[in-house]
Design a protein around this ligand. Structure first.
Ligand code: PLP
Length: 404
């Protein structure tokens, strides 16, 4: 649409002061040149393990690296069981099925999340039901959730029913945004009171702890992702965490086409999935896990560097880990003050033009085309944050001692 000239003239000039200040702060940490949002680091045994995998010919979904990766993941996270699968989305799908999510159920999840969380609910033919988040964790707010459930749901016959849709609300899927843990104790209490299975989307939070306990190990089941942009990568990959031996066994069974173990017969007892992680990917994962403590130390150091760089930039806050939490700082995040929200796009424009890759947060899930008609509580905090969050270059090597 063409605007009359006088309207254009009356537009307030967009000042470049804030974008310039952000670029200057980023440059003090990153130095000259370009920076991606998140690059993987391969500085360990990746080549050795991958070659061993090729030499053995066990490249597919059977092999010793899969067993080792699962064992190493369980050790690192403190979960009793870890089941490696093809990606985080598949892990979420299986975890929801294992939590008892059925066709026609509703599942509570944050609107401020990557689309995969909602997609996994839809794969179960269940209905996503969107919940608001908390400004200090960026995750589901237990107080707001409890207040909403009190008004909109009722517990009867051991199930939680949505009073307006009549559907069973079966599960709650909090997500630990950018690696920052939600208030999981608050959510466990709500889940217990409302008969909800709690499945943690910990796709972004490998190496993050709340009250000393690893994310993804508080609820019935938890889910990790090892996509190329996550803290460690297997190329593509994911895992299900649980302390329940029977659920772990079922996860493995369902992810392996539900084949009944037998020396030569192909018999399957339910409709299963081809979701097992291949040995090649697990080999990469084993090498990456060995470097995880160093990667986490670098990411924390990067946060400290950004903290001093942004200390004097008015109008933006660098997001820090919530109280009683130890975050992995997967993606470093700027939060614009409300009165500067209108400058977000100018900041994105200027930083990306300068070769400094920045990104806004995801479009809220309840606004995405496939989920527009899904039930939702009022989402004032998520809606405000969606206008004000900017992720900045977060690769671990940027925080290495002696970098820039
Ligand atoms: C990355 C991610 C996933 C999905 O993981 P994939 O391995 O990419 O399938 C799910 N949820 C969240 C919040 C994620 O960030």
């Amino acid at each position: 649409m063409l605007m009359p000239a006088n309207t254009l003239m009356n537009q307030p000039a967009i000042s470049s002061a804030l974008p310039d200040a952000v670029i200057k702060a980023l440059r003090t940490v990153i130095g000259a040149g370009k920076a991606n949002l998140h690059e993987p680091s391969f500085n360990g045994n990746e080549w050795v393990y991958l070659k061993e995998c090729l030499d053995s010919t066990f490249v597919s979904s059977v092999g010793s690296y899969v067993d080792r990766f699962e064992k190493d993941l369980a050790t690192f996270t403190g979960a009793r069981h870890a089941v490696a699968v093809v990606n985080g989305t598949a892990a979420l799908h299986l975890a929801l099925l294992l939590a008892g999510v059925k066709e026609g159920d509703e599942v509570l999840l944050p609107s401020l999340t990557f689309i995969a969380t909602a997609n996994a609910v839809a794969y179960c033919k269940a209905v996503p039901h969107f919940i608001d988040c908390n400004e200090h964790t960026l995750g589901v707010d237990p107080a707001a959730l409890r207040d909403y459930l009190q008004r909109s749901c009722e517990v009867r016959d051991g199930h939680c029913f949505n009073k307006s849709s009549g559907r069973i609300v079966r599960a709650l899927v909090p997500m630990h945004t950018f690696g920052h843990p939600v208030d999981i104790d608050g959510l466990l209490a709500v889940a217990a009171d409302y008969q909800l299975a709690l499945v943690e989307d910990a796709a972004e939070s490998l190496g993050s702890y709340r009250a000393g306990r690893h994310t993804g190990t508080h609820g019935l089941l938890g889910v990790l992702s090892f996509n190329g942009n996550k803290t460690i990568t297997t190329g593509g990959g994911g895992a299900i965490l649980t302390n329940d031996a029977a659920l772990a066994k079922l996860a493995k069974h369902l992810s392996t086409t539900a084949k009944i173990p037998h020396a030569w017969e192909y018999s399957h007892d339910v409709v299963g999935y081809n979701y097992r992680m291949p040995n090649l990917n697990a080999a990469l994962g084993c090498a990456q896990l060995e470097q995880l403590p160093d990667l986490l130390a670098n990411k924390r150091r990067l946060f400290e560097k950004y903290r001093s760089a942004f200390a004097d930039v008015a109008g933006v806050q660098l997001f820090h880990e919530p109280a009683d939490c130890h975050s992995n700082y997967w993606l470093q995040t700027l939060v614009l003050d409300e009165k500067f929200a209108a400058q977000r796009d100018a900041i994105l424009q200027a930083t990306n033009a300068a070769g400094l890759m920045t990104r806004p947060v995801w479009t809220l899930a309840h606004q995405q085309l496939p989920f527009r008609d899904c039930p939702s509580m009022p989402l004032p905090v998520a809606q405000s944050l969606a206008q004000r969050l900017i992720n900045i270059p977060s690769s671990a090597f940027l925080g290495a001692v002696g970098a820039a």
